[in-house]
Design a protein around this ligand. Structure first.
Ligand code: CP
Ligand code: NVA
Length: 305
């Protein structure tokens, strides 16, 4: 049987996604004692490969794997033969002989797909240039803790339709909630993503005016205007300047709406300080939930749930 990879939210069905979210809730309730560190997991190893910087992903996966009873090895690709031209496929086959799981944060989504094609153990996407599925599982866990079932939600994504936004689009289709993309033409969804939304019949609307996009939503989400690897910072900051999530924009959302951001944030750029540091912001619960959501994702990959 092929391993249970966690590459993108659109690759899983609603039953598996719901199982991961509900298990994450139980794991969080039980704290670090659930599931009890399993004797059989003591020799299970998660290898993490980083081609880009990380604080939350690196630490939360490390702690999650240890709480499951296993151990971790963190590698920067430049310290590996991968950084000197060894193929991803050879790397995948070698690492599969040592460990039980691989998590990769990469500059090229194709590398994760290639890794998964050749690995005989599960591969988890810890962010690529195209998506960030673990983040959105933590975001959904956070939404449900603060509000209600995500299936009934209206969410507005404001700003650049980047890797994080793409995983929100996948989640909207699989969980079946309403998502509005409040973004300018230049940094809107790709044609490929627009076609995918149509094919999936997902409830995802593109609204250029950010204030209109935020109207009556239960949750406003944004992310940096310049992601890791983006080379057009000046242009992005100029075109996206009007897409800042400030108090004025939040006033258009439901009065009980929450504000989410995957972090790291640039106060004064994509979000005003009084919003991210204000009463509607749940960004630190969201960051904490990376741990609980990923513990559940790892447990799913290892067929423990
Ligand atoms: N949100 C997130 O993935 O943070 P890091 O880049 O710090 O891992
Ligand atoms: N869109 C951001 C997310 C960082 C967690 C980036 O890719 O840099």
């Amino acid at each position: 049987m092929s391993p249970r990879h966690f590459i993108d939210i659109d690759q899983l069905d609603h039953t598996d996604l719901r199982n991961i979210i509900d298990s994450a809730k139980k794991m969080k309730q039980q704290g670090r004692n659930f599931p009890r560190p399993d004797e059989r997991r003591i020799h299970d190893t998660l290898i993490m490969i980083f081609e880009k910087a990380s604080t939350r992903t690196r630490v939360s996966f490390d702690v999650a794997m240890r709480q499951l009873g296993g151990q971790t090895i963190v590698l920067n690709s430049n310290d590996m033969q991968l950084g000197r031209g060894e193929t991803v496929s050879d790397t995948a086959q070698v690492l599969s002989r040592y460990a039980e799981l691989i998590m990769m944060r990469t500059t090229s989504h194709d590398s994760i797909l290639e890794l998964a094609r050749h690995a005989t153990i599960p591969v988890v996407n810890g962010l690529s240039n195209l998506s960030h599925p673990c983040q959105i599982m933590a975001d959904i866990l956070t939404f449900e803790e603060k509000k209600f079932s995500i299936e009934k939600a209206k969410v507005a994504w404001i700003g650049d339709v980047n890797n994080v936004a793409k995983s929100w689009v996948h989640a909207a289709a699989r969980f079946g909630f309403d998502l509005r993309l409040g973004c300018p033409r230049e940094y809107g969804p790709s044609n490929e993503l627009t076609d995918w939304i149509k094919r999936e019949n997902a409830s995802v609307a593109w609204i250029e005016d950010p204030r209109q996009a935020a109207e009556d939503v239960d949750c406003v989400v944004t992310d940096v205007f310049v992601s890791m690897g983006d080379s057009d910072a000046d242009r992005r900051n100029k075109v996206l300047a009007n897409y800042i999530v400030d108090a004025d924009l939040m006033a258009n959302a439901d009065s009980d709406a929450i504000f989410m951001h995957c972090l790291p944030a640039q106060r004064g750029s994509e979000v005003a300080a009084d919003v991210i540091d204000g009463p509607q912001s749940v960004v630190f619960d969201e960051a904490e939930n990376r741990l609980h959501a990923q513990k559940s994702i790892l447990a799913w990959c290892l067929e423990m749930i």
